[in-house]
Write a protein of this length. Structure first.
Length: 275
């Protein structure tokens, strides 16, 4: 299958460049990941990595990727928190209730976002709710989030994708599950800041310095990456090294159908005609 030649690339992490364990505590590089990124650097083609994982800031996650053999500089690593900070700042939200780990709060605070947590006095006055990686979520957290959304606070989320690939198989996304509880109570749907949101795609194109239709969106998830690629007119490049196998890619509906399917990113440069 022939595809348009991308002028820049966005890479997913889990299932595309790495496989982590379900607790996100350890990473293994996927075959060919390091070599593909190094070849793009040699060719002078811009790229970035955008994960839907929100547990860590880039300065924390970047060194762990490099220790696993995946050469992603901190400045090329982005998370839904990166996108959320832009959205929050652009809209002028003053006080964001975060349902997430301390790592999520740290990431947003480093980008000058004023955060509060469930139990803080300021939580009762939050003008936005941001749901992210939160394995310790309890009903009190969902209750205050629902209260704020019902009172008119914005309902943002790092991700609303139900699964991600790990070394132990598919693992469900905490933010998706929490979103479901809040949505069921309030009748409001979350506004994702990670993939496949338009917010994420706009940031990707801006950082890469090319038009959205010239971006190669590389990933293992039909919703997170391919739906975003199709909706934005980008070039969808699917891998079978993660959550979706070749047969599943072949059966996707048009709005999630990739332009190209490869086993893993070791074949990327050749498959895109860049070598």
């Amino acid at each position: 299958m022939s595809v348009r030649t991308p002028k820049g690339f966005m890479f997913d992490l889990d299932g595309t460049l790495i496989l982590s364990n379900r607790k996100l505590g350890s990473y293994d590089a996927i075959e060919g990941a390091a070599e593909a990124l190094q070849e793009l650097d040699r060719l002078g083609i811009p790229w970035l990595a955008l994960t839907n994982g929100s547990a860590y800031a880039a300065r924390v996650q970047g060194p762990r990727l490099r220790d696993a053999g995946v050469p992603v500089p901190d400045e090329k690593l982005f998370t839904p928190n990166s996108v959320a900070a832009r959205v929050i700042a652009d809209r002028g939200y003053d006080n964001v209730l975060v349902l997430g780990t301390q790592g999520v709060v740290d990431a947003l605070s480093e980008m000058a976002i004023n955060c509060c947590l469930p139990g803080d006095a300021a939580a009762d006055y939050a003008d936005a709710v941001y749901v992210a990686w939160h394995p310790e979520c309890v009903m009190d957290h969902i209750h205050i989030a629902c209260s704020r959304v019902l009172d008119g606070a914005a309902f943002l989320s790092a991700s609303d994708v139900p699964y991600f690939a790990t070394k132990e198989g598919r693992s469900f996304g905490y933010s998706c599950a929490i979103n479901g509880a809040i949505s069921r109570v309030t009748g409001m749907e979350p506004e994702p800041t990670g993939k496949p949101s338009t917010h994420a795609m706009e940031m990707i194109a801006e950082v890469l310095g090319c038009a959205q239709q010239d971006v190669g969106v590389v990933g293992d998830d039909a919703t997170a990456e391919m739906q975003m690629a199709v909706a934005s007119g980008a070039i969808g490049i699917a891998v079978t090294s993660g959550a979706t196998d070749a047969a599943q890619w072949a059966s996707q509906p048009p709005e999630k159908t990739p332009d190209l399917v490869i086993p893993n990113i070791s074949e990327l440069v050749k498959a895109c005609g860049l070598g």
